[in-house]
Design a protein around this ligand. Structure first.
Ligand code: HAM
Length: 432
């Protein structure tokens, strides 16, 4: 026997038993996004490394230490996408879709980051990414947030809090950054190693530190909101007014800075009350400068991404997953000579009866074993077709969830006979 091949750490299989929760999340999300006028876009899993370096920023954790980067056979440096925004912006530019046009787009798929795996944090994880391109006003930010709040309601997920902040313009941020670095340098002896490293490349991220020993220092730090320019302040205040008008509660978190460099003005995160570092289920913000920075016509934009594993886990914890789909009819096949006629008959019935789900017994087996499988399948009715039945031109029909016995139905009277038996079997299940 060959040695087993281990799965890649931090990359998960989604097994059939879990798939109904995923599909439920995906279909609710797809329907909601369509209602709001969003169109699906699919972009490659792999892009040129330079795209992420320029979009996300060299000094971020994502680009600095988490990317899956490789040289392909042609000698190009490529990277498995760590997020979708950069790729979508690249697609808009490559396909000439900017030029004053507006787009509401969404994308579902796996992302890759070489992080330390733990519950809720994986190296391959799925996002639903949503982007509104071409509008600068806070109404778009507010609508995106209201849409996400509606999704939590539709899914039945409770206990999420919206955290909100404004990063201002790159200029106001630079000004703030200078003040923050002055403050942190003055207290350098209190910084942990991680923060010392961030102080050089990405000082705003020091504010994100989860180290309890750093919290007092962080509380005393100057706040970004004090340095906002007048226009960003007005944008932020209008957004807050709009959120109140649509009834979405929020908390202003002046330390919310986000881990990707392309943001300006609005940033937000939906977080679960559950403690632990992996509590963000949906995060995003405005990135008005990114498109021009990547060579496109200057175009404002805003968006967010949801972590699918984290939201599916909340759905499951809340017991809000749909019931598993069962077959209606399990087809028991009696003897090798019956296999081909059974297959042909069931194919015919599937065509005549697309609303009925048939599960054909595969791989033979004694009748008892087949009936046990029929029971486990969740079907309400067994259709029995054996060599003897074929010789007599009939099939057996046996309700599986009540004690009424097996009846026979001439093949010539199918599918009407099947309908009647199925209706009776279903009625028996529905009775208290
Ligand atoms: P992000 O905050 O890096 O933003 O990721 C968005 C969401 O993806 C997080 O809130 C979290 O739910 C999930 N997530 C991130 N990393 C992991 C991981 N290692 N394992 C499991 N889930 C994870 C972005 O990616 C931006 N592109 C969002 C955006 C779109 N901003 C504007 N438009």
């Amino acid at each position: 026997m060959g040695e087993q091949i281990q799965p890649v750490r931090g990359m998960n299989d989604v097994l059939p038993e879990a798939i109904s929760a995923w599909q439920h999340f995906e279909s609710c999300t797809r329907e909601l996004l369509t209602d709001y006028g969003y169109e699906e876009i699919r972009v490659p899993l792999v892009e040129r490394t330079e795209l992420f370096q320029r979009a996300i920023g060299e000094h971020t954790d994502v680009v600095g230490k988490e990317m899956y980067t490789f040289t392909d056979r042609g000698g190009d440096s490529l990277t498995l996408r760590p997020e979708a925004t950069a790729g979508i912006v690249r697609a808009l530019i490559s396909n000439g879709m900017l030029r004053g046009q507006r787009h509401r787009l969404w994308c579902l798929g796996p992302m890759f980051r070489h992080e330390a795996p733990q519950a809720g944090r994986y190296r391959q994880f799925w996002q639903v990414d949503v982007e509104a391109v071409g509008c600068a006003g806070p109404d778009v930010d507010a609508e995106l947030i209201a849409m996400s709040a509606r999704l939590w309601r539709r899914l039945g997920i409770e206990g999420l809090t919206l955290q909100l902040n404004s990063l201002g313009t790159p200029e106001s941020r630079r000004e703030y950054r200078t003040r923050l670095v002055e403050y942190l340098r003055a207290h350098e002896s209190q910084l942990d190693d991680d923060s010392r490293r961030r102080l050089v490349g990405n000082p705003l991220r020091v504010l994100d530190s989860k180290n309890p020993d750093m919290q007092e220092l962080i509380r005393g730090a100057p706040q970004l909101t004090e340095y906002l320019d007048a226009e960003s302040r007005a944008h932020f205040e209008t957004l807050c007014d709009m959120l109140r008008a649509v009834g979405v509660p929020y908390e202003i978190n002046p330390r919310l800075v986000r881990g990707l460099d392309y943001y300006n003005r609005t940033v937000f995160e939906w977080v679960t009350a559950a403690s632990g570092a992996q509590n963000a289920v949906c995060s995003g913000g405005r990135y008005d400068g990114l498109i021009a920075q990547l060579g496109g016509d200057a175009t404002p934009a805003v968006g967010f991404a949801m972590g699918v594993e984290r939201l599916v886990a909340l759905l499951v914890a809340a017991g809000r997953t749909p019931p598993v789909a069962h077959p209606d009819v399990y087809v028991v096949v009696g003897g090798p000579q019956a296999v081909t006629p059974a297959l042909a008959l069931i194919e015919r019935l599937r065509s005549e009866h697309p609303a009925v789900r048939f599960e054909l017994n595969i791989g033979g087996g004694k009748l008892n074993a087949q009936f046990r499988r029929a029971d486990r399948s969740g079907a309400v009715l067994a259709l029995i077709i054996g060599e003897d039945e074929i010789a007599r031109g009939v099939v057996g029909l046996k309700p599986l969830r009540d004690t009424s016995g097996q009846i026979e139905c001439p093949i010539a009277q199918l599918p009407a006979g099947l309908d009647a038996a199925l209706a009776a079997a279903r009625a028996a299940v529905a009775m208290p």
